[in-house]
Structures are given as C-alpha cells and as structure tokens.
Design a protein around this ligand. Structure first.
Ligand SMILES: Nc1ncnc2c1ncn2[C@@H]1O[C@H](COP(=O)(O)OP(=O)(O)OP(=O)(O)O)[C@@H](O)[C@H]1O
Ligand SMILES: [Mg+2]
Length: 332
C-alpha cells in the first residue's frame, strides 16, 4: 500500500525510471483511487516504460495489450479454441455416437447434443487474451493497454466495462469479476481524440519531454560510460533541437541511443565531425538533419531565408535556439 508520493518516486527509481512530480502524483492517486491511468504524450518519452518499471518495482506481472487498428475482442479478451474443440469431438466420436446413436430424428439428436454443449463452451476451451488474463489472475498484476489511440473507437467502447467495473462478460459463461483489481495503465500518442467516456473512467497525465536535468539523470543512469561533461553537452543539444521546428523531435529513447553511440565511437567532444556523422541517430528525417545542421552551424537555424525550404515564420519562434553550436558550445 502506497502511503506517499515519494514512495512512488522511490519505487520507480529502483528501476532507473526518473519520474516527474506530476507522474508520481498521478501514479499515487491512480493507486489510491483504484482508477486506470491514461498517459498521453509524444513518442519515446517513457509512457510504456512507466508501466514496465511500475510492474517490476511492485513485483507484479506485466500483462500487455498492444493496440492496433482492427483489434477486437477475440484478440483482447478471449477466443474459443475451435481446433481443440474439433479434436475433442473426433477423439470422443465413440462417446458421441453412444449419446446420439439411438436418436429417432435429427431434431432429437440435436437436442441431446445441445444438452452437452456446455462441455465445449467451458473454461477448458477458452483461450484467455490479455484482458481476461489480467482479470482472472490469481495475483494482482499490472495491465498495460498500450497505444489505445491505434485501436478503433468501437474497441474503446468495449473497454469501458473492463475499466469501470473490472469485470467482463462471456455470454456462454456469464460475468467474470476480477479476483484482484489490476493496476491499469493506458498509453496514447494522441493520434486521435479518445472518447469522453473512456477519459472519464481514467485519471489522466500528459507526459512531455523531460527537463534538462531529468533527461541528464536518465542518460547518466542508463549510459554510465558516457563522460559527465559530454553527457551534459549531448543532452543540452537534444533539448535545443527540440526547440527547432522539426518533423519529429528527438525523444528520450533517441537521446539514449545517441549517448550509447558516442560511447561506442569513443567520442571526447561534440565536434563538427562527430555531429555530422551521428546526427542521424537522433533525427530520422533528412530534412530535419539538414535543418538541425544549419541551426548548429549557422546560428539562426535557417529562419528568414537561411536555407532552401525553411518556413519564413520559424525565425520568430521564441522557443528556438538563437545561437549556433560552435565546437562544443552554443553561441548566441
Ligand atoms: N523518465 C524516464 N526514466 C528512465 N528512462 C526513460 C524515461 N523516459 C524514457 N525513458 C527511456 O526511453 C525509452 C523510450 O521509452 P518508452 O518506450 O516508454 O516511450 P513511449 O513514450 O512509450 O514511446 P512510444 O509512444 O513510441 O511507444 C526507454 O528505453 C526508456 O527506458
Ligand atoms: Mg510506448
């Protein structure tokens, strides 16, 4: 049982997860109020990792439902094992003919068979998918419903019963209630609006890119081989790149990849050659790489006609770096 917000921070820290005050408060309240937590935010900011770290820290199994377009109940909740049912009917052929052999009419045979069909629609032939696994688990688990925005709106509607009552209905078996209420985390990249009904059932947190100091701690924890000064310079550069008008800003996972790359390459400083050769670890669009290079070398970052294809309004953005990256220092 959690008693304070700092319990959450300490638990996550044991798993090398650096959590902001907002994240710790949201996790604490989700636990205390027994509500699912919906974490929304850009790619690679640690939404999925939050659930994984929480499960490890709490010593609970993580059950993950990865959402995608077309996901339906048979993949999320349960499926009848038709192949097994068929196999059983073949193996039980003799018993079935005993049962049906002396039936006078087809209707009588069908009625007798119907009396037995609860054998075939019993838990023996039920294949539990993640939601049912989470609900029927003998121990409390962490249920991660990842990237819910990728699933269809109908699937969201179907989730409501699970999220509000922690129970599911299987027509042949009735309602199955959770033995232990799972800790539920939903994530979304915000590619579409989620329904009001879903949001109402959840607590909500927007996870954004971390602050410089938080990201630096993540890098220091997860890439300890990177020299502290270089780590700070690398994170500073990433933070500044996020101020540029790019198609895709570098995420924490890309910062970590870059930090690992710098270690592998034995880099001592962020000189021009290192940047030229490794920027593609951080940025995955050629136009972003070009734009970042111009910003790093040229000072203004290309606003107001600094290079072909720049948008004229970009030079006015207050959050963009004004200076250029010279040697290993940004100039203003
Ligand atoms: N606060 C953090 N503390 C520790 N590691 C972090 C943190 N944030 C991100 N990471 C690291 O960044 C990487 C990406 O995190 P994760 O996969 O959870 O992102 P995500 O938000 O789920 O992204 P996507 O939307 O693309 O699925 C992971 O390797 C994770 O370890
Ligand atoms: Mg994720």
């Amino acid at each position: 049982m959690l008693t304070s917000i700092s319990d959450v921070r300490d638990m996550l820290a044991t798993q090398q997860y650096i959590a902001s005050d907002e994240i710790c408060t949201a996790m604490f309240l989700a636990d205390r109020l027994g509500k699912p937590l919906l974490a929304e935010g850009p790619a690679g900011v640690g939404k999925t990792e939050l659930a994984k770290s929480w499960a490890r820290a709490a010593g609970r199994e993580l059950i993950r439902l990865q959402c995608y377009e077309g996901l339906d109940e048979s993949k999320a909740l349960y499926e009848w094992e038709y192949a097994k049912q068929l196999l059983y009917t073949q193996l039980l052929r003799e018993k079935l003919s005993d049962l049906l052999g002396d039936a006078k009419t087809l209707r009588e045979a069908a009625d007798r068979l119907a009396n037995e069909d609860d054998i075939f629609f019993s838990e023996r032939f039920l294949l539990p998918r993640p939601l049912l696994q989470a609900i029927t688990s003998e121990k409390p688990v962490v249920l991660l419903i990842d990237e819910i925005d990728r699933a269809d709106a109908e699937f969201e509607a179907f989730l409501l019963e699970v999220l509000s009552d922690f129970q599911v209905s299987v027509p042949e078996l009735g309602t199955i209630k959770a033995k232990h209420q799972p800790t539920v985390l939903l994530t979304s990249n915000n590619t579409r609006e989620l329904s009001e009904a879903l949001k109402r059932r959840c607590l909500y947190i927007h996870i954004d890119y971390p602050t410089l100091e938080a990201e630096l701690r993540v890098v220091q924890l997860k890439v300890p081989g990177l020299a502290p000064k270089l780590a700070r310079q690398a994170v500073e550069l990433v933070q500044r790149l996020r101020g540029l008008d790019l198609k895709k800003h570098p995420s924490v996972s890309e910062t970590l990849d870059w930090a690992k790359a710098l270690v592998e390459l034995n880099s001592r400083q962020l000189d021009k050659q290192t940047l030229d050769t490794t920027l593609s670890v951080l940025l995955k669009y050629e136009s972003d790489i070009q734009r970042a290079r111009r910003a790093i070398q040229g000072g203004s970052g290309g606003g107001g006609g600094g290079g072909g294809g720049e948008r004229p309004d970009r030079g006015d953005r207050p959050d963009r770096p004004r200076g250029g990256y010279k040697g290993n220092e940004w100039s203003n």
